[in-house]
Design a binder for this molecule. Sequence first.
Ligand code: SF4
Length: 339
Amino acid sequence: MSERIEANGKANGKGKPLVEIKNLKKYFPIHQGLLFQRQVGAVKAVDGVSLTIRRGETLGLVGESGCGKSTTGRTILHLQRPTDGEVVFDGQPLGKLAPNDLRRMRRHFQMIFQDPYASLNPRMTVGDIVGEPLQVHGLAKGRALTERVQELLRTVGLDPYFVSRYPHEFSGGQRQRIGIARAIAVHPDFIVCDEPISALDVSIRAQILNLLEALQQQFNLTYLFIAHDLAVVRHISDRVAVMYLGKIVELADRDALYENPKHPYTKALLSAVPIPSPKVERKRERIILTGDAPSPANPPAGCPFHTRCPIMQKGLCNVQVPEWREIVPGQWVSCHLAT
Ligand code: SF4
């Protein structure tokens, strides 16, 4: 890597682009006919996403379920091949790497999954689960491997003597800690956190969030934090991108987005978030979106949000795709009428 960050927390190049996502698309073909041989369409799960994630930051990615957030995360990491577009990681276009080089590169980007029950192999011990990436990348073996796994367990707040236990012996929060230990084992630069706390008990969510924040500080990690809980995203993110029907519709610094959202969809999402102060909460105006989000297999023409937008302008919004524009410095929006 051009600017490797050492585990002692000393940061190089903080704030510089680490991951550049350019017009990323992920379409899933729809097949029909005898033996499903004929392609009759495609589900456009990710449809032209462009984002830059800066080293050391947390970029929140929010939107309703089914809008393409998780597919975006997986496609960025090339766990699924993009249909089109490019991901440049620390200056290296991932799509141009030979399979072996991509495999080697993988130690620099990892993923934490939503479901700590499904994401850990029930037949492997904790030691094998956490040690596997170290072995795959040839970073440790024998006694050094065991010691490294024990050190990782300690780092995520687990007893190092748990190495020989199996996932079913742990609570949801502990399993997510095991998943986090596995993700940080190879000293990655970038982690996609895919709804890492939404499957957990409310009482332990804050602990896992605090752990993720502490690890980010300690190892200068860069996060893409995917979630549908806007309060959580506000807590953890430096900047936030809002996704609708496979596209990013707004991107801004966290405070700008939450205090002054520009896109009608962002406004509607935020209007549903309860405010802790009872006085302010009483005055909160709820924007209720009518209808369901359209199918990503058949997205509407023009602005993808026009079928549900409360201020949609006929003849414009349903015909013309809005431009992606910087409405105020650092705040980007895709809406004809946003001011
Ligand atoms: Fe609404 Fe039109 Fe803006 Fe789309 S472009 S969000 S339909 S006002």
